[in-house]
Design a protein around this ligand. Structure first.
Ligand code: ADP
Length: 491
């Protein structure tokens, strides 16, 4: 089997730049694919945190004018990762968050910042860097999704394309006047091209023009084809259903490993499970919770946004407290949710602990120290924190939606009797169903053996990239085979 070359293009990549699960995926998938005869190079923007982390680098491509100034593509490595870094200081040499200014609003030139990423990906996919001519261009989310349009309208052809949707809520819509400045021809502005409700839709363009579409769970792949949950793109996705599939994410089981994790107080495995209790004590300590070994600690690690349904958790707090549970919440996001949880912590000292902000180390400590993990999302393309919860023995309490529905085995009577349950599922989007799930968790927790079984079943679940990487590898190979059949037939 010949090795395939894949160019992955995305706006985030762990550990260089991360605001969410996208970075975890783009950071871990290349390593998982390398054992499957697939060489991945990842193209990312040269934000300061990226440029600062490069170990070796050389110029692979000069671009004389990329939206107003020259730019370069650097071939570089950072740790195990092979990178192409788009060094365009006029677009990326800015502090802080990759998408927003220090005051929280979007960078005003985001259209060009990410069109530049897509355009460069397309250049490489056309063969601009002779030393790395990809068979496949794999673009992630709206920030890179215009690349198939550049390829299609560039006229040169090149790699086959895959677009992966990590979250359909973010679509990248920009005014039609930018078509010319982007360097796209007038005929690209059509329903079969980049046009989306009168705007230029980056994600829409990718979904329309890529050879394959994937999303990050089979359930989400179905949900996004339905009008209620398809966010205006369900019609297009239904039309392209034969080209759409859902492949679950894994997690980097090297980074997330309770047996070796340097960020937690006491390492443990299923065999040394009792040691885990030290992490619970430490967690209660850092969150200012009463030191009660018998209280069920519910952990949360999340963006605070409507999607994540944490307003429902705030609504359900009286039930959580009535059950004698404690809450340890780490999150950042909407100001009103931050204020609500801060007020809840003030009103319930020793019972509700809240840390507002983004903190990798605390995220690991919550996974290692809490008894359960709450994920009441309204929608969830895949979700990674519940996979970490499984691996660390924090029992996920999840809304039955998207990837949460696909990754957790509910503790219903049959699954309990068969000894296979790994968590608790509830109807998404209602406070009452979350309250019932909390009551059920309280009941199961009081039966120590049952709870322990849920924890150890979770820890025995394969949440690695092994199986998902095989599915991506198969998809890439099918696509390359399909291409050669088509070109063979037309030759
Ligand atoms: P999303 O990408 O929608 O935010 P995912 O569950 O796919 O959600 O991925 C979230 C990732 O970000 C996980 O790795 C999680 O641990 C991490 N994360 C989320 N919020 C925080 C936070 N406040 N501090 C540290 N890590 C966080």
């Amino acid at each position: 089997m010949s090795r395939l070359k894949v160019l992955s293009a995305a706006s985030e990549l762990y550990p260089l730049v991360k605001t969410g699960g996208l970075a975890d995926v783009t950071g871990a998938l290349p390593g998982a694919l390398s054992g499957l005869e697939i060489d991945v190079r990842s193209l990312i923007p040269g934000y300061p945190s990226v440029i600062g982390a490069l170990e070796s680098c050389e110029t692979a491509l000069e671009i004389p004018d990329l939206f107003g100034a020259p730019a370069r593509v650097l071939a570089a490595t950072a740790g195990e990762i092979d990178l192409f870094v788009l060094d365009a200081p006029h677009l990326y040499d800015r502090p802080g968050n990759p998408y927003t200014q220090p005051d929280g609003t979007d960078w005003p030139d985001n259209a060009f910042r990410f069109a530049a990423l897509a355009k460069t990906a397309a250049l490489i996919a056309e063969g601009a860097i002779p030393a790395f001519q990809p068979d496949i261009l794999h673009v992630h989310d709206w920030q890179a999704a215009l690349a198939p349009a550049y390829l299609r309208y560039g006229g040169k052809g090149g790699a086959a394309t895959v677009v992966t949707v990590h979250n359909l809520a973010f679509q990248g819509q920009f005014p039609p006047e930018l078509l010319g400045p982007f360097g796209l021809p007038p005929d690209s502005f059509s329903i079969d091209g980049v046009e989306h409700y009168g705007m230029i839709g980056f994600l829409k363009a990718g979904l329309r023009l890529a050879d394959r579409i994937t999303t990050v769970s089979p359930s989400y792949a179905l949900e996004i084809q339905q009008p209620e949950t398809g966010m205006g793109l369900d019609g297009l996705l239904r039309e392209r259903a034969a080209r759409l599939s859902g492949i679950l994410n894994g997690i980097d089981t090297g980074v997330w490993d309770p047996a070796t994790d340097p960020r937690i107080v006491a390492t443990y495995s299923a065999e040394t499970f009792d040691t885990r209790a030290k992490n619970k004590t430490a967690l209660q300590d850092i969150f200012g919770l009463a030191s009660e070994p018998g209280a069920l600690v519910v952990g949360v690690v999340s963006r605070l946004s409507w999607q994540k349904g944490l307003d429902l958790l705030a609504d359900a707090l009286p039930v959580l407290l009535d059950e004698g549970m404690q809450l340890a919440l780490l999150g950042a996001g909407d100001a009103d949710l931050e204020a609500r949880f801060r007020a809840a912590a003030d009103a319930n000292p020793g019972r509700v602990g809240v840390k507002l902000g983004y903190d990798e180390a605390v995220a690991h400590r919550i996974q290692a120290g809490s008894d359960a993990l709450a994920l009441p999302s309204r929608f969830e393309p895949c979700g990674l924190t519940q996979l970490c919860g499984l691996r660390y023995g924090a029992v996920p309490l999840v809304a039955r939606v998207g990837g949460l529905a696909d990754t957790i085995i509910d503790a219903n009577e049959m699954a309990l009797a068969a000894g296979v349950a790994t968590g608790i599922k509830f109807q998404h989007g209602t406070r009452e169903s979350l309250e019932l799930a909390l009551r059920k968790a309280g009941r199961l927790f009081r039966d120590r053996d049952t709870w322990r079984r849920l924890q150890t079943n979770g820890m025995a679940t394969d949440v690695s990239w092994r199986a998902p990487a095989k599915r991506y590898a198969l998809l890439y190979r099918e696509l390359v085979a399909e291409r050669s059949t088509v070109s063979g037939a037309s030759a």
